[in-house]
Write a protein that binds this ligand. Structure first.
Ligand code: HEM
Length: 207
């Protein structure tokens, strides 16, 4: 479930980053608004939104259950442990990184998702998400929060992308290097692309 919901959330990230990247056309948000409108009103996408919320919930709840199970399996700690010898810091910090991403998501939902859905339900109108982005990212501390969120997402994906395949049994000496390298490229591209959005809006490079 961790792996399947993780891969599903990865596909969401691709769509989300792809549509948001349309702001870089520098056409006053016109192309972005077109696709944001499609995403905000299409019935299939609206239904997928419920699946997305369920995906996040299962991913988080399963993470907590697995952590509890792991702790219960070893009530007495090892007398000697040198974790750096065979694991990375970020593989051992998936829970912490995920929690930072969750905090980011709560702030993020308060900026865009909740006000937009609220407006849609009450007035039937969508908000102008492009000008809302410009307003939101005119504050340096918001930009810092977003960049920190993207930084945590980067390390979370660096571990999660490849281990999702391993968990599903897609683990073969022939293909592992490919999966690892695609995972690294994906983590870099998605995180840098997302982080570049608040940064370029703050410096008025997107208009
Ligand atoms: C850093 C740059 C980002 C920008 C500028 C951005 C912008 C937006 C905007 C404008 C919306 C509103 C869509 C709507 O109301 O229809 C949205 C929704 C959302 N964003 Fe982001 N986002 C960013 C990064 C992220 C990241 C890194 C994640 C996940 C880790 C994320 C997860 C979500 C989710 C779950 C939604 C709700 C999707 C839905 O409408 O169903 N966003 N984002």
């Amino acid at each position: 479930m961790m792996a399947l919901t993780g891969l599903f959330l990865i596909t969401f990230l691709i769509v989300h980053a792809g549509i948001n990247a349309m702001i870089f056309f520098n056409d006053g948000g016109e192309t972005f608004a077109h696709w944001a409108h499609f995403m905000g009103t299409n019935l299939i996408i609206r239904t997928m939104e419920l699946v997305l919320v369920a995906g996040f919930v299962v991913h988080i709840v399963d993470a907590l259950l697995i952590t509890k199970h792991n702790k219960a399996a070893r009530p007495v700690q090892y007398a000697y442990s040198n974790p750096n010898a065979n694991s990375t810091w970020y593989s051992r910090s998936m829970g912490l990184l995920g929690t930072i991403i969750l905090l980011f998501l709560i702030i993020h939902a308060a900026h865009f998702w909740i006000p937009n859905r609220y407006n849609q339900f009450t007035t039937g109108e969508e908000l102008n998400l492009f000008t809302r982005m410009q307003d939101t990212f005119s504050h340096w501390y918001v930009v810092v929060i977003y960049v920190a969120g993207c930084f945590s997402l980067f390390w979370h994906l660096m571990q999660g992308f490849k281990t999702a395949f391993q968990t599903l049994g897609i683990n073969h000496p022939k293909y592992n290097p490919l999966i690892k390298n695609v995972g690294i490229a994906f983590s870099v591209i998605i995180s840098v692309l997302f982080a570049s959005m608040p940064i370029s809006m703050f410096f008025n490079l997107v208009h």
